[in-house]
Design a protein around this ligand. Structure first.
Ligand code: URA
Length: 212
């Protein structure tokens, strides 16, 4: 396994994940949304879980929230080719209300069932920095009592899956804001992505100075 490239190792895990039977979401999904982007990256973004568009396409963050996220990345000169994007849960969680599927937060048991996939991804990619998109991701990767209102934009060192992790607002939350609140939240996302970009540069410098 160690002779294989990062892409090859991730490809093997992906093949297994695509047929995962480990929680009830397996019965209702269209696609497992494993991850997208460049696995040779120091920066990984981790969201909550796929919605309707992601379930349809098998690609994370391709709906309205994804468009907003991509715009905020672009403001920082970052594209999907520079980073890797995945989710805490790889299959869509939803309920049926009035005959229509409505996204719901994943249950703790679903997050736990999916965790080995996320851990394997992060172990292979070995990011220097993780940017958690939304509180459920921060609860899974930073600490379980994470509060976005209190701890957003704050750096956490030596977390379980990366030397540095931080959480920012979920673009789906931003889309629910109006007027000035929307603009403020959008600017917050752009600023936090900039902070993650700067942290990568700082952590790379630190890595070099500790090696020599
Ligand atoms: N929201 C998420 O958290 N992840 C996606 O992939 C899409 C929307």
């Amino acid at each position: 396994m160690s002779d294989l490239s990062i892409e090859e190792r991730l490809g093997l895990v992906r093949q297994e994940a695509l047929i995962c039977p480990h929680c009830p979401l397996a019965q209702t999904r269209t696609h497992v949304v494993f991850g997208d982007g460049n696995p040779n990256t120091p920066l990984v973004l981790v969201g909550e879980g796929p919605g309707e568009n992601e379930d349809e396409t098998g690609v994370p963050f391709v709906g309205r929230a994804g468009v907003l996220l991509e715009q905020a990345l672009k403001e920082n000169g970052i594209t999907r080719k520079h980073i890797y994007i995945t989710n805490v849960v790889k299959c869509r969680a939803y309920t049926i209300e009035n005959g229509r599927a409505k996204n719901r937060p994943p249950h703790i048991s679903e997050v736990e069932a999916c965790r080995p996939w996320l851990e394997q991804q992060l172990q292979i990619i070995q990011p220097l920095v993780i940017l958690c998109i939304g509180a459920p991701s921060a609860n899974a990767l930073i600490h379980k009592n994470f509060k976005m209102t209190r701890e957003r934009g704050q750096w956490f060192e030596n977390t379980a899956c990366a030397p540095w992790a931080m959480a920012t607002l979920h673009p789906a939350y931003i889309l629910r804001q109006e007027g000035e609140a929307y603009e403020q939240a959008r600017r917050c996302l752009i600023k936090d992505i900039d902070s993650a970009r700067r942290k990568v540069i700082e952590a790379r410098k630190q890595q070099k100075t500790t090696l020599f």
